[in-house]
Write a protein that binds this ligand. Structure first.
Ligand code: GDP
Ligand code: ZN
Length: 293
């Protein structure tokens, strides 16, 4: 039986990409017994009726599942932040990073509008880039205006499902337009590409960009830590998690516990103060969170 990947779901049809062909499929009862609704991003087994139509028979196990946008098997999030206009914010970046780590998705940090940054701002961005790379995150400095850094971004998209994330106005659409000018995305609107009217229901779709697939809707629009518990924060800050192996107490939260390796690392400038401060802020926020019921 042929296999493929759902790249679009609309009005009860699933559009399955298989060996370069798009097959319009309906679901066929089997997997429904297990209460599985196929999602964009799903790897499926289907039966072809002819060259263009078929039935989905099986949905493979997912490695993850985003709620907004509804999409399965997301490999990575391209976190788009502008150097200026709006100004770069480590607090907001760390917030996105926590949510992405929590979802077990790999982040790639992409800093845009480098052409608008002053030489001082460029130096500052390079400093931040080095600090985030030390944590283990790739950082790419780009400009959609001069196309600087685009060559570096493309290999990251190859053979993966990526979701772009970031505030409105940071340059997500502009970036995608540079990579795939034929899509002619309206700036400020990643999803304008596919000829939908303004009032039609939003459906997520994967579009092929470079050698990979990219969601046409930005991800992580809600930045609240609704599901996250205080203990989870440790692994959402990889350098804190690594350093905490040397804390005296198991389950150390790195607040006022004695012999805390994390606090020592902050004092010795091995962990940037702002990262630690954000960790503490987020922990407080989680503790202050109103109970759900
Ligand atoms: P989005 O909301 O994240 O999709 O952001 P857009 O791509 O719509 O960009 C917002 C504004 O910033 C637009 O006016 C773009 O022309 C501008 N912009 C985006 N990227 C760059 C860049 O690299 N350099 C400059 N100079 N302007 C940019
Ligand atoms: Zn500690």
């Amino acid at each position: 039986m042929p296999k493929g990947k759902i790249i679009k779901a609309l009005s009860g049809f699933y559009y399955v990409l298989s060996e370069g062909q798009l097959i319009q499929c309906r679901g066929r009862g089997v997997f429904r017994k297990n209460k599985i609704t196929p999602l964009v991003g799903d790897e499926v087994v289907f039966q072809a009726e002819n060259e263009t139509d078929g039935y989905i028979l099986e949905v493979n196990e997912r490695k993850n599942e985003l709620v907004r946008p509804p999409i399965a098997n997301v490999d990575q999030a391209i976190l788009v932040f502008s150097s200026v206009e709006p100004d770069f914010s480590t607090a907001l970046l760390d917030r996105f990073l926590v949510l992405i780590e929590y979802n077990r998705i790999d982040p790639v940090i992409c800093i845009t509008k480098m052409d608008l940054a002053s030489s001082e701002e460029v130096e500052k961005m390079k400093e931040y880039a080095a600090q985030y790379e030390a944590v283990g995150y790739p950082v790419i400095l780009t400009s959609s205006e001069t196309e600087a850094g685009i060559e570096q971004l493309l290999p990251y998209l190859k053979d993966k499902i990526s979701v772009f994330a970031g505030q409105s106005g940071v340059g997500k659409s502009s970036l995608l337009n540079v990579i795939r000018p034929d899509l002619d995305l309206k700036t400020n609107e990643i999803s304008a590409s596919l000829g939908r009217g303004k009032h039609t229901t939003r459906h997520v779709e994967l579009i092929s960009i470079g050698d990979g697939l990219v969601a046409d809707t930005p991800g992580f629009s809600s930045l609240e830590f609704l599901e996250i518990e205080g203990e989870d924060l440790n692994y959402c800050f990889p350098e804190i998690e690594k350093t905490s192996e040397n804390c005296k107490f198991r389950g150390c939260l790195h607040l006022s516990e004695p012999k805390c390796a994390v606090k020592e690392a902050v004092e010795n400038n091995q962990i940037p103060t702002y990262r630690y401060e954000h960790y503490k802020d987020f922990l407080q926020e989680i503790r202050d969170r109103k109970p759900k019921y």
